[in-house]
Design a protein around this ligand. Sequence first.
Ligand code: GLA
Length: 736
Amino acid sequence: MPVLINVSNTLDFNLSNSRISYVFRVSPEGLLEHLHFGGRVEPTANYPSTPRRLHRSCTLEFQDSEHYNLSDVPQEYPVFGTTDNRYPALHAINKDGNSTHVFKYDSYEILDSKPRLAGLPSARGGDSQTLVVRLLDEVAQIQVDLSYTVYAEHDVIARSARITNIGESLVRLAHAMSSCLDMPAGDYDLMHLHGTWAREQNQKRMPVPQGRFALESANGTSGNVHNPFLALMDSNATERSGRVYGTAFVYSGNFAISVEMGEFDSVRVTTGINPFNFEWKLASGESFTCPESLQVFSPNGLNGMSQIWHKFVKEKISPPQFKGKARPTYLNSWEAAYFDINEDKVLELADRTKSLGLDMLVVDDGWFEGRDDDTSSLGDWFSDQQKFPNGIEAVAAKVKAKGLKFGLWFEPEMVNPDSQLFREHPDWIIHVPKRVSSKGRNQLTLDLSREDVRNYLFDCIDPILSSGHIDYVKWDMNRVMSEIGSASLSANRQLETAHRYMLGVYALIEKIVSKHPQVLFENCASGGNRFDLGMLHYMAQSWTSDMSEPIGRLPIQNGASHLFPPCVMASYIGPVPSHLNGRKVSVKTRAEVGFFCAARGLSLNAEDVDADFEELKHYAKLYKDTADDVVNGTFHRVQYDDNEVCWQLTSSDGSKVYLGYFHILSAANLPFRRARLVDIDASRQYRLQDSDLTFGGDALMHMGIDLPYVCAMQWSDAEYLDKGDFASKLFVFERV
Ligand code: GLA
């Protein structure tokens, strides 16, 4: 195990691999001062920049320390109450009823690798060391253990905090962040991903404003409004250059990422559970574990940051049993049949799946008792007797007998009021007394903080998976929370409901996936309403968005690629006109946008399959032939604007390079464009498939390849893009 953590006699902590360092120290007052996060800095007795002590008029001085004003001191885990009135990492109401705290260094411990966070998703260890620093507030009788994991091969620092009440009386946690990163004064931009249903993951970049900018969810899911991810960067950073600091939260519920530029222009980034509508009571001896927050540093721009995330997600977040495994190509019944599904239709679709050369048939919504539309039946996880008289397991067996895999949809966390389950257990939902529970898509949220609810769900799902016929599960979740409360919690603990719900969801999923490790789980929440590293810890892939139409998908996949590698993204070729936005797009463009997700298939009925059979078969084969490359390859955003998108995917051995070019609206007399390939071997030659052309890697990277011309009048033999809007071309280069 390499030594990644160095602690000096004067208690300077240096966490470094060969590329990055995270450095902090214990101040003379016993507080943890942050010194550096960025490029590697050797452990030394003297760092050139340390928090300054000088007289400033009109500022406070920390207790008995001269010229020590914490609102200008970078700190590891700042609290409120002395001289720093910025947004803190921890805000607790102590036994004396006040919220003033001073946490002083107590001790530290270095662990090989990385312990799991109990009951929560967290990155795996391995080539890593973990530093746990204990802080104590002796007056309030609260202890904080800060954990930092540094990896030899990943430019990521994993952080979390555990808060323990070591006194006799109750402590109320009002605000318990997982991490704080205090950056020196500078010119920074921030970038985040925002959206809504079917329009998730839009990237937005802006200068860091004076004041406080926050991404938050109070929905009970991490959500599609903001992904729990943010990049802070030097204002001159680009895709490929400049310092970028990314944070992502390994959690799927209410979160808050806050960026605060204070009076002296330093910038504080905190990541954790949203303090709004949250309170946690800690009785004597009890601890609260904050979910994990990840910090990455790249000196190579946003693309450099994405490369670090992609590698980390593949190696340390995703379930290891699916690492590097080609995802089955599939036909999903949703946009093919919606709720109008039955045994005959499944078998008909299975025949199409087979004749197209796809691997798996997925039965989406509509297979369980009475589920003819979205007004009923969620909660009653038994095969519908009319549609599947022999049970869904028997149909699964028939599909499998055709040499296919079989997948099934569940939405375990939900119940319709019109269901047997709700009629029997009306108190099993998230609700508050004496208020009407607001419905979303006609459904209510089951209270998964309750063990009886979790046991019921386990007992429904486990036997179906135990039939041995289910290869894949799409785990859906189609509403956010309202009237948030739990019948199982006392009145003074109701604000714990949303987090207890998430702990319950994780407990149930953990129990199911660990009993059925061979089943491939796909995370879905109306598409991307819970597309986060928490869910991806348990499930190898995620339904990226309900937006299956490729032009609507471009910004979604592009935005998501800042954090997520193609191996966790799922796509399919949907019908035309699109059921989502009415757009008519060729099979080619539908297939080529979807190409850049590792889980690929289609959702078309038998008639639509037959209408485009040969072309679909061609793409099914391409999907199958390239499945290994996409799951293991590296992805680069080559170009992105409102009208043109270029993505590159390079196979893990570098022998194949795929360049997708997508042109949205056509126009007359456009400029000639070219795209420069990224990170290929300059000294090798690359043959362009379906041509006699071979180019040097150096030329492809430094000169770029001519993109096909967009023009309605095609009168020379130059290469043109298909006429009209929504055109695409997939270049395939083979290294020779
Ligand atoms: C959600 C999912 C869809 C589909 C439907 C079924 O909207 O995102 O892919 O599974 O539910 O009801």
